[in-house]
Design a protein around this ligand. Structure first.
Ligand code: P5A
Ligand code: ZN
Length: 468
């Protein structure tokens, strides 16, 4: 892929996912095909969250007085908030913010909900749109001003330990979710200067995009008691004393769809893992004059059979050349194509073509086993796609020992550099400036030796890259 930006832009249009021509910068339209992928993606996520979290829905507007309460938090977002100042022609008494995220919308209510430890834990999530007046270059799905698919989980706990465990739970859920979609990631703890405003610490998932830059695709935050103190979220313990609650929050966005597209797409276009594909199988009847009925009888039956067994299948009966149809559905990412012509029916076989390998294969047709066969192939496609994507992320992660290699490696190869680091903010910021790179974060690891930059004893393994 020569130019990822252009490729990404084109694929949204060619695979009919989004229309980016909406006349507001940073806001786009979900087209039916894109929306379906979004729907199946959310379904996979919600299945994981629903096991131990409940879905809620809070208002989109936040009174200025609430947003302003948590000083560090509001400072982090002040440049990015959209304000509603008028109702009709009248100035509002109090400005209302379009939520950039929902802490300050939810937590005043949590304060009312939490009375005793019996009310804890609270574990809720919502999927909403949020607004951030981003000043960096906007791109559909990747950096938007209206995040249309903001899935945010918020939890409240009685103890620090429980909050810590919930952070691990959030990480586990996101791992499982990304694994299911075959989206590769590296997890690290963001440095102090890049953590979520108001949090104790931030754990982040980053994916290496095809152009070598990384994209943050999810974050899990331990909020400690900071917000509980600000919003007075307290409970009475067994001794009758009031204690502050411990909180976490974690979130994902439209970027999940961007990373899905980027992780699997190729020169032919989109490639979708079966779990989110609007059509998992496309059947192409190869129609010749006079033999039309024989073929369509067969393919109609096949379509019905697969559909009855829970496979998302579609048949393309349009009056187009088969080659055009192949191209059409490849570009739209359908994982598996079945072609059936009169000759195949005579031979009691069908042709299958995998989107991931592009390989054509004749298989014997048996009504009793075809469903299982198709399911097995779809499962294998899922595994292969994930392996390929993970391989890319691994191959583009380089361990480096000398400072000169940091910039050289990143400029030449992109991806993520790992090296030893002391953990000091001054040293970290110095590296970021010196090499025009970003410190993604640290990973727990046995480290021996010195910091790559300042030669003090190393405390961490640090991940470095250029970022979106
Ligand atoms: C966690 C959920 C939060 O807002 N509050 C509730 C916490 N964290 S965050 O890191 O600021 O955002 C969560 C995820 O949203 C994605 N993201 C974006 N996606 C597209 N366009 C944007 N402008 C944008 N800003 C943030 C990131 O993937 C981030 O991890
Ligand atoms: Zn150092």
């Amino acid at each position: 892929m020569k130019n990822f930006s252009q490729w990404f832009h084109d694929i949204l249009e060619e695979a009919e996912l989004m229309d980016a021509r909406y006349p507001i910068k940073g806001m786009s339209v979900w087209l039916p095909r894109g929306f379906q992928i979004r729907k199946y993606t959310l379904k996979a996520l919600q299945e994981l969250l629903d096991k131990d979290h409940e879905e809620v829905l809070f208002p989109m507007l936040i009174p200025e007085s609430e947003l302003a309460k948590e000083a560090i938090h509001v400072k982090g977002f002040e440049e990015e908030v959209y304000w509603i100042t008028k109702g009709g022609k009248r100035e509002l008494n109090e400005q209302l913010a379009l939520r950039p995220t929902s802490e300050t919308s939810m937590y005043p209510m949590f304060s009312l909900w939490v009375r005793s430890h019996m009310d804890l834990p609270i574990k809720v999530y919502q999927t909403v749109n949020t607004f951030r007046y981003e000043t960096k270059h906007t791109r559909p799905l990747i950096r938007v001003r209206e995040i249309t698919t903001f899935n945010e989980t918020h939890t409240v706990h009685a103890t620090e330990q429980e909050a810590e465990e919930e952070v691990q739970e959030g990480i586990r859920i996101y791992r499982e979710f990304f694994d299911e979609l075959g989206i590769p990631y590296s997890i690290s703890k963001r440095p102090e200067w890049d953590k979520f405003p108001g949090s104790k610490y931030t754990m982040a998932f980053d994916m290496i995009m095809p152009d070598g830059k990384t994209l943050q695709i999810g974050t899990v935050h331990n909020l400690g008691t900071t917000f509980a103190k600000t919003f007075d979220i307290t409970f009475e313990n067994d001794e009758g004393e009031h204690e502050y609650a411990h909180q976490t929050c974690y979130g994902l966005s439209d970027r999940v769809i961007a990373s899905l597209i980027a992780a699997h797409g190729d020169e032919k276009g989109l490639q979708l893992p079966p779990v989110v594909a609007p059509e998992q199988v496309i059947i192409i009847p190869i129609i010749f004059k006079q033999k039309e009925d024989i073929v369509l009888d067969f393919t109609n039956k096949l379509e019905q059979l697969l559909e009855n067994n829970g496979i998302r299948v579609k048949q393309d009966k349009r009056d187009l050349r088969p080659g055009n149809k192949y191209y059409y559905w490849e570009k739209r990412g359908v994982p598996l194509r079945i072609e059936v012509g009169p000759r195949d029916i005579e031979n009691n076989s069908i042709v299958i073509n995998r989107r991931d390998t592009g390989k054509k294969e004749f298989i014997d047709y048996d009504e009793n086993t075809i469903t299982d066969t198709v399911k097995e192939i779809l499962d294998d496609i899922t595994v292969q796609m994930k392996e390929n994507a993970n391989k890319f992320q691994q191959e583009k992660t380089y361990s480096v020992e000398k400072l000169e290699q940091v910039k050289k490696t990143i400029n030449k190869k992109g991806g993520i550099i790992t090296c030893n680091w002391c953990g000091d903010t001054d040293c970290g910021k110095d590296m970021e400036e010196q090499f025009d790179i970003d410190i993604l974060g640290t990973q727990e690891a046995e480290v021996s030796g010195d910091c790559i930059n300042c030669q003090k004893p190393a405390q961490y393994k640090v991940l470095i890259s250029k970022t979106y």
